[in-house]
Design a binder for this molecule. Structure first.
Ligand code: IVH
Length: 678
């Protein structure tokens, strides 16, 4: 340490201060004052200095957010005060009863509350010593939590250094934004892995990963709402505490409200009952807290929950129905997913007949049996899931299911990939169910788009042995198809064959999507096709070459490499080539209209769905990104724009409406021939 030049030490310290400050501007205030490039430059300078002088590395250095570590286990640590949970209320009467209890106990006519959104995430405790982040714990059993410090360092809105060098412990919620949740579930769909039922499960599963790179890549976020021993910092009320926490460097929810009485709390709750779906993260209610800390202390806590706070839940759409049967589906990668076959029931706009049971651990944990009456809900408003069993309705006739010892489709062996894996998989590489699901992926709309190749035909093609791999569909003859039996007439056959023929013209990225390479979905397929331009180049690329491509990480690169290293893949590609598929990109001129331009989109558009406009931009060689950065050329704004609009304004990105966007395309399409296209 002694022979490190003073100016290096000073510079390192300076860089850390600056980077942490810009991190705060970007992740906490969403109001950056420097460009991404400038930020990267500061970070690179610090990384280089720490490489040259490793003795200078400290646990609170911003470089610790980006390096990866694999831990052996999480140690458990005693909480400095128990982490309690909250009692729930569900309607106006119950929340008024809470208010009455509070007023009676305090002998007051009226009590002031802070109403906060109840974030659907996982709670954590964060300890700082002299302003430096030293320990992060899960709730655990409430008395002891698991040390997840390293993972929490990968959550950028958690400050590694506070803006004052104080000792403090705070608590708050770690959550996964809806957009990230959807991205992650799409990726898992590509991987053939079981989906997370909701962002809270996804957060819990992420924050407890021993490999910090997993947490780093799944962009978690935080809101802090609680400070231990507030009197130490001269804080008198929760409202002041929230503002103070924000100034200290924490991300604090901007939508909390100071309410003069319980009527205002109820007003806040009903307002957010309607507005909650506009948020970029999930909330499941309002947390109502007595504002004065003095009064909180007087009220105290029960063993489980404070008497000064309560959760006021939003009504969730749940219905009860009966499980008629539990079947098992085998996915493209062999994952066995149990599915509840339900007595059809109306829920949030659709009739639900089936609901995912996730995996066999879930069934065991919730003790779900055939014949049970269960409550179901749509996770994220989309995927129906079984929440819990109504045990009062049990008759004794319900049947437990057995965990399959072999694949229900091919009777092959089943097992888990490793002990952390919750998914049970069929280990037989020739399992027809896998081929069937692969064919579905291949024929899907975002891939080769062969409409006639639906589930039923695929079933017959595979079962009859006519199709043994994806390429076989290109070698089918009319005669073979007539052998498939009833219900498949000449017209159907002619249609199918013509669609298959047409699909040979699908652009490269669609073929790549269709192959179902683990971890390679539509977006990655596009990136690969744009950058490599032929299957052959992708097949021959090394992991290093692949990771050079922006948007391709090491894990995806390894997965691509592994896929193409398989002899069966090589054979398949040869067969596809021979069949006449377009395995390289040939750009027609009109497709280049938006080349070199990057777009971001916010709000609801009139003429296009998100997917449609993204496809249009891509087809014209433009790029679309999920967030606004300095590299964005245009932000397209629709109705009810989100925070991207503020960001674009603050960094001076061009903002255009949908019709201006269409004008832009026309303007860019220079030749009359091109203009006709629009
Ligand atoms: S206060 C003793 N405030 O809800 C203080 N909790 O169902 C208790 N939660 O365990 C926590 N948003 O994980 C509080 N604004 C908020 C919250 C919040 C979400 C969670 C927290 C708690 C759970 C209780």
């Amino acid at each position: 340490m002694s022979n490190i030049p003073e100016e290096v030490k000073k510079r390192v310290e300076e860089l850390r201060e600056q980077i942490e400050y810009h991190n705060y501007r970007y992740y906490v205030l969403a109001d950056p004052v420097i460009s991404d490039e400038e930020y990267d430059r500061l970070m690179k300078e610090l990384i280089d200095l720490e490489k040259t002088y490793p003795e200078l590395v400290t646990p609170d250095s911003p470089t610790q957010r980006i390096g990866d570590k694999v831990l052996d286990e999480f140690r458990t640590v005693q909480h400095s005060e128990p982490m309690l949970s909250l009692d729930n209320t569900y309607d106006e009467t119950q929340i008024r009863e809470f208010d009455d209890r509070v007023k009676r106990a305090l002998e007051l006519q009226v009590v002031e509350y802070v109403a906060e959104l109840k974030i659907d995430g996982v709670s954590v405790a964060l300890r700082y010593e002299k302003g430096k982040f030293v320990l992060g714990l899960t709730r655990g059993d409430g008395t002891r939590g698991e040390d997840i410090t390293e993972n929490l360092k990968r959550v950028h809105s958690i400050p590694l250094r506070l803006r004052e060098p104080i000792d403090i412990e705070v608590r708050g919620e770690i959550y996964m934004p809806v957009q990230e949740f959807e991205r992650l579930n799409n990726e898992r769909l590509d991987l053939g892995e079981p989906l997370f039922a909701n962002p809270r499960n996804a957060t819990a599963g992420t924050i407890r990963q021993l490999d910090t790179s997993v947490t780093r890549r799944r962009h978690l976020d935080s809101f802090i709402y609680y400070v231990l021993n507030p009197e130490k910092y001269n804080l008198k009320t929760q409202w002041d505490a929230l503002n103070w926490l924000k100034n200290l460097g924490f991300k604090v929810n901007p939508d909390s409200k100071l309410c003069k009485n319980i009527d205002q709390v109820i007003e806040y709750w009903s307002e957010w009952t309607h507005r909650k779906d506009d948020l970029s993260y999930w909330v499941d209610g309002v947390v109502v807290k007595v504002n004065q800390f003095e009064l909180q202390r007087m009220l105290g806590t029960t063993a489980k929950a404070p008497r000064w706070a309560i959760a006021f839940k939003f009504p969730s759409q749940k219905v009860e129905t009966k499980i008629l049967d539990i079947t098992v589906q085998v996915g493209r990668t062999g994952v066995l997913t149990p599915v509840a076959e339900l007595e059809p029931v109306q829920l949030a706009g659709t009739v639900v007949k089936r609901a995912s049971l996730h995996n066999f651990d879930y069934i065991e944990e919730k003790d779900i049996r055939i014949g049970d009456w269960v409550y179901i809900e749509k996770a994220g408003g989309i995927i129906p899931q079984v929440l819990y069993v109504d045990t009062n309705k049990r008759t004794g006739q319900e049947k437990k299911i057995k965990i399959p010892e072999s694949c229900p489709i091919c009777s092959g062996k089943v097992g888990k990939l490793n002990s952390d894996d919750v998914a049970l998989r069929c280990l037989n590489p020739h399992c027809p169910a896998k081929l069937k699901r692969s064919l579905e992926t291949f024929a899907a709309r975002n891939a080769l788009d062969i409409k006639g190749l639906g589930e039923k035909i695929i079933e017959r093609l595979v079962d009859s042995g006519l199709v043994k791999d994806l390429a076989d569909i290109f070698y089918l003859t009319p005669f073979e198809l007539t052998q498939l039996g009833s219900g498949i007439g000449h017209k159907t056959i002619a249609n199918l064959l013509s669609q298959i023929e047409q699909s040979k013209n699908a652009p490269l990225h669609k073929v790549i999507t269709g192959l179902g390479i683990p971890m390679v979905g539509e977006k990655t397929a596009r990136i690969l096709s744009e950058n490599m331009r032929s299957i052959e180049k992708i097949m021959n690329a090394t992991v290093d070459e692949l990771t050079q491509i922006p948007g391709i990480g090491p894990e995806v690169a390894r997965s691509i490499r592994e896929y193409f290293d398989d002899d069966k893949t090589k054979e398949l590609i040869k067969k596809l080539q021979k069949a006449g598929l377009r395995l390289q990109e040939d750009q027609r001129q009109h497709e280049q209209v938006l080349a070199g331009l990057t777009f971001a989109i916010t709000g609801v558009l009139k003429n296009f769905s998100r997917n449609q406009i993204e496809n249009l931009i891509h087809s014209l060689s433009g790029k679309v990104t999920d967030s606004v950065t300095k590299n964005t050329d245009y932000l397209i704004v629709g109705e009810n724009p989100g925070s991207k609009l503020d960001k674009a304004k603050s960094i001076g990105i061009k903002i255009i409406t949908e019709s201006e966007f269409l004008e832009l395309i026309k303007f860019k399409a220079k030749s009359p021939q091109q203009q006709k296209l629009f």
